[in-house]
Design a protein around this ligand. Structure first.
Ligand code: NAD
Length: 245
């Protein structure tokens, strides 16, 4: 492992342009459950795929809103961990640094990362289900609250299963994966498309692909380096090794 850390650190030192894709594993050490962890505890009898859909919200808006309230509560009580801080410290070291996240918790921004591309939205924002407009002037008492303008339900401003990703975010991410020298995929199961496509876009251009995860994923066979362990431990090690910190 330490040999791989040295090799990857060397690549990070040489590169001028980096794109990073993060998934829920990066926030796991902040105490926010990944979708796999979400199968334990209060909501264990539900699968995220059955709650995070338009159909589920239409069927039982109260239940879906309460699930998001539970998740928002975890986010409100969470702090960025060393993985978020390590990524934030990288941004000024490169000519081009693009941080793309599937996370909806805003912890990268809290750690100081700028211009984060949120592929799946943010659960702390809400939008009117009828007008598709993000608002913060609604009365939070309802479950779910109502839009102050039209009376329709408010919903979290996230991408649900079956919905399209925000076009601009996907276009910028694809361009970053295409143009970077090094692509890092961190704490993601590499299963949820189209985000999971991004490392392959980089690899098809001959870019170096590095993965950090607790365990092998479908990307592992294609990645040039797979570093297995906690993102909150491996990223700070890499940065220390790359930049003599
Ligand atoms: P996922 O739950 O499918 O996969 C998480 C991955 O992280 C797994 O491969 C796991 O092995 C790895 N992992 C867990 N702890 C880790 C650690 N400490 N260090 C490194 N790796 C670790 O999550 P995903 O790939 O992000 O995709 C699923 C969807 O989940 C996304 O759409 C995302 O929006 C949503 N989601 C987001 C959050 C959040 O915002 N924090 C939380 C749950 C789910």
């Amino acid at each position: 492992m330490s040999e791989h850390i040295e090799a990857v650190a060397n690549e990070l030192r040489k590169a001028r342009s980096i794109a990073v894709l993060t998934g829920s594993g990066v926030s796991a050490e902040s105490g926010i459950p990944t979708f796999r962890d979400a199968l334990t505890g209060l909501w264990s009898k539900f699968r995220p795929e059955e709650l995070a859909t338009v159909a589920a919200f239409e069927r039982d808006p109260k239940m879906v809103w309460e699930w998001y309230e539970w998740r928002r509560d975890k986010v409100r009580n969470a702090q960025p961990n060393p993985a978020h801080h390590a990524l934030a410290s990288l941004q000024d070291r490169y000519k081009q640094f693009t941080l793309i996240t599937q996370n909806v918790d805003g912890l990268h921004q809290q750690a100081g990362s700028r211009d984060v591309i949120e592929l799946h939205g943010n659960i702390m924002r809400s939008k009117c289900i009828a007008e598709n407009i993000v608002r913060d002037d609604f009365d939070a008492a309802g479950t779910p609250p109502r839009c102050p303008a039209c009376g329709a339900h408010m919903r979290p401003d996230v991408v649900w299963f079956g919905e399209s990703l925000p076009e601009d975010a996907l276009r910028k991410s694809t361009k970053a994966a295409h143009d970077c020298e090094v692509f890092m995929s961190i704490g993601t199961s590499a299963l949820v498309y189209p985000a999971a496509e991004l490392p392959y876009i980089a690899s098809a251009q001959g870019r170096l692909v590095i993965e950090i995860n607790l365990e092998p994923t479908p990307l592992s066979i294609s990645a040039h380096y797979s570093l297995f362990g906690k993102a909150g431990e491996i990223l700070p090690q890499l940065i220390r090794a790359a930049f003599d910190l």
